[in-house]
Design a binder for this molecule. Structure first.
Ligand code: MG
Length: 160
């Protein structure tokens, strides 16, 4: 069986007056993520992991911030397109694992909702989507709450 692994990373700045959306889930917080799309940093990291596994470049190639059609885009819709690219090339997701680095808010209450949402959009089971959260122990930009970062890996297998 052929396997491919990919990894993805993203970070977005925290600002006032923006919603906080992680893994497609809206989270109550006084700050939100700044970006051309909805700035869903977790979904972006997962998309880059999927693209990377097949050496298809990164999300900036397909959804450039310079293109007005992606302004305010729902990142789950972009993830749907990336998932379709994977399937069109004859691959399927074995599993994804990810970690969100955020000092605040506490993400633990939202992990299950993020997992379910991502699994639903990807057409896989929730136990194939790992979503974890950690603080950065107040160190660096994420620790100072200047932004939220996310890391993801994806394992793909060639479909029969
Ligand atoms: Mg991004």
């Amino acid at each position: 069986m052929s396997l491919r692994i990919g990894n993805g990373y993203d970070i977005h700045r925290l600002v006032t007056g923006r919603p906080l959306i992680l893994g497609g889930v809206s989270i109550e917080h006084e700050l939100g993520l700044l970006g051309h799309s909805d700035a869903d940093v977790l979904t972006h990291a997962i998309m880059d992991a999927l693209l990377g596994a097949l050496s298809l470049g990164d999300i900036g190639l397909y959804f450039p911030p310079s293109d007005p059609q992606w302004a305010g885009a729902n990142s789950l819709m972009l993830l749907t397109q990336v998932n379709q690219m994977v399937r069109d090339r004859g691959w399927h997701i074995v599993n994804i694992d990810s970690v969100v680095v955020a000092e605040r808010p506490k993400l633990k209450p939202h992990i299950a909702a993020m997992t379910d949402k991502l699994a639903e959009v990807l057409g896989i089971a929730p136990d194939q989507v790992g979503v974890k959260a950690t603080t950065n122990e107040k160190l660096g930009p994420t620790g100072r709450e200047e932004g939220i970062a996310a890391y993801a890996v994806a394992l793909l297998a060639q479909s029969a």
